[in-house]
Design a protein around this ligand. Structure first.
Ligand code: NAP
Length: 516
């Protein structure tokens, strides 16, 4: 079986021992193995800091942006091959795979453009300068400079291409080298991306390293200039934040974790209208795209009590048409979940949600298309409904990372909708579908303190909208509380995590010379 190496210290190395076996989640056929056992992770981090860091800091933003453009071009040139790997190792349909791979290249090209617009400078002025004394000669100005450490990126299994690219784009443009660790189970895509970049000599030595397999003691070697950006479960996020080396060195940690994203249907929205159709389309897409394994997927569907039956029936009708099976087969709309563990977790989670209400759509004798009997980690789409006013602690407290959503009736007021959604305890993105600007405004302001992003679905944007489940590089991705308290992307904002903000206080002409 193929063994996946890690690219650290400027070369490919293989770990010893058995490591992890990567499989095709539709057939359970083994595809590759990966081990990081015996790898010197301290040395890998030091190489990135000592070789990659100075090389990146010597470049201007424009030049770093050009590197991102070159990364993007290299991946676009290998797009079909990457899509095939995502289908085989991620359980992705081709459309799911495009969402990941094209999302990666779009994010890289967006940050390449930001780099170009920043021009031939190596540091960033942060806001306007201020006069500090009686005369304008005594001046203050905030400045952002790249940190001198390494950016450690730990990613979840669901977006092996986008996860690597979105984090790397911000760090590399800011001037920090990266050690990226994809989730082991779906690492084939990230591994191939690294091969493409290494073979094409796209990046300076040490700018990007890839650790394929278990994280091991990587985080035991972090220093005060390093940063850690993590995407995954909140339990792992807590473990990372609690590490003595992280606490002792005041290492910056960004966590992107779970989220009980909600979609609120406004009371003004008539069934059959453009806004209603947009709402159904977005819920359906989020339930089935990547088999619901999207951190931004809609988990709670809030409908005015009088409209909940109609919403349930319309969603059930559409879910009935979803063909589940081996994504390599023509016509399959939804593949399996990613791993045997995911399979167990999702099924247990659905049982937990069902305790709060009743299952109104589910396939009891699922026969996935194009799959050997009894094989594959398949879960059919599941819709649950709770009674109006039900306390539903599991629905508002437990994220099922799979193709399951719950209909939650509300009393039709913005206040009730916002109160129910905020029971999710902090989320990445929630949405409101309405053509009534007053209702929308009230819901948005009710949701805003609890979210990183709020999506406003209406007839005006229906044609252009990719839906709440798509993370756009121009807007921040992250959220308070359960969502991890982190923030990524957001255009130029995404660089701040990788840069040190320093206040300069002194003579205005000298400061202006430094900052320009
Ligand atoms: P996970 O078990 O926390 O794994 C995520 C990553 O952390 C993997 O690369 C994993 O490596 C690594 N890891 C495992 N133990 C670690 C440790 N002790 N220290 C450092 N890293 C460690 O999460 P998952 O179950 O794979 O992912 C699903 C979860 O991610 C869901 O709950 C979902 O909500 C969340 N998610 C959030 C976002 C977001 O943007 N907010 C996006 C996607 C997913 P191995 O694979 O080698 O174990």
């Amino acid at each position: 079986m193929k063994t996946l190496g890690s690219y650290v210290g400027g070369r490919w190395v293989e770990g010893s021992g058995e490591g992890e076996t990567l499989v095709n989640p539709a057939t359970e056929e083994p595809l590759a193995r990966a081990s990081t056992e015996g790898l010197d992770r301290a040395k890998a981090l030091a190489y990135a800091r000592d070789v990659g860091g100075p090389a990146l800091r010597a470049l201007t933003f424009e030049q770093r942006g050009a590197l991102l453009k070159a990364m993007c071009d290299a991946l676009v040139a290998h797009r079909d091959e990457l899509l095939d790997l995502a289908v085989a190792n991620g359980g992705n349909t081709r459309s799911d795979a495009k969402f990941d791979v094209d999302g990666a290249t779009f994010t890289l090209s967006t940050y390449a453009e930001i780099g170009r617009s920043l021009g031939a400078r190596k540091v960033l002025a942060d806001g306007e300068g201020v006069t500090l004394g009686r005369s304008p000669r005594f001046h203050g100005q905030h400045l952002a400079v790249p940190r001198h450490g390494v950016a450690i990126h730990i990613n979840a299994f669901n977006f092996p291409a986008w996860g690597l690219a979105e984090k790397a784009a911000c760090a590399l443009l800011a001037g920090m080298p990266v050690v990226s660790k994809p989730a082991s189970s779906s690492a084939l895509v990230a591994h191939r991306i690294m091969q493409i970049l290494v073979d094409g000599k796209v990046l300076p030595e040490g700018a990007l390293s890839l650790l394929v397999g278990s994280v091991g003691d990587l985080l035991h070697h972090v220093g005060p200039q390093d940063v850690v950006a993590f995407t995954g479960s909140s339990q792992t996020g807590i473990k990372i934040r609690s590490l003595p080396q992280v606490i002792g060195n005041s290492v910056r940690v960004n966590v992107e974790a779970d989220s009980l994203n909600a979609a609120v249907l406004g009371p003004d929205v008539e069934p059959g209208s453009e806004t209603y159709e947009l709402f159904l389309k977005d819920v359906l897409r989020d339930m089935t795209q990547k088999a619901g394994q999207k951190c931004t997927a809609i988990r709670r569907v809030l409908a005015p009590a009088g409209a909940a039956d109609r919403v349930r029936d319309d969603l059930a009708d559409r879910l009935r048409a979803v063909v589940v099976g081996n994504p390599a087969h023509e016509g399959v709309r939804m593949g399996p979940v990613a791993t045997a563990q995911q399979h167990r977790d999702v099924r247990d989670g659905i049982d937990l949600l069902a305790r709060d209400g009743r299952l109104v759509f589910g396939v009891s004798d699922l026969k996935p298309v194009g799959v050997p009997d009894g094989k594959g980690f398949f879960v059919g789409p599941v819709l649950i409904e709770v009674e109006p006013g039900a306390s539903a602690p599991n629905v508002h407290g437990h994220e099922v990372f799979g193709p399951a959503s719950t209909i939650v009736p509300y009393d039709g007021t913005a206040g009730d909708a916002a109160a129910l959604v905020s029971r999710g305890n902090g989320g990445l993105v929630s949405s409101v579908y309405s053509d009534d600007a007053d209702f929308t405004g009230d819901v948005v302001l009710g949701l805003a303190p609890f979210h990183g992003r709020v999506f406003l679905g209406s007839a005006k944007i229906a044609e252009m909208s990719p839906g709440p489940g798509t993370v756009l590089p121009h807007l921040v991705h992250g959220g308070p509380g359960r969502a991890g308290g982190g923030e990524e992307l957001g255009g130029l904002r995404g660089l701040a995590f990788y840069m040190q903000r320093v206040a300069l206080e002194g003579s205005r002409p000298v400061i202006e010379k430094i900052v320009s």
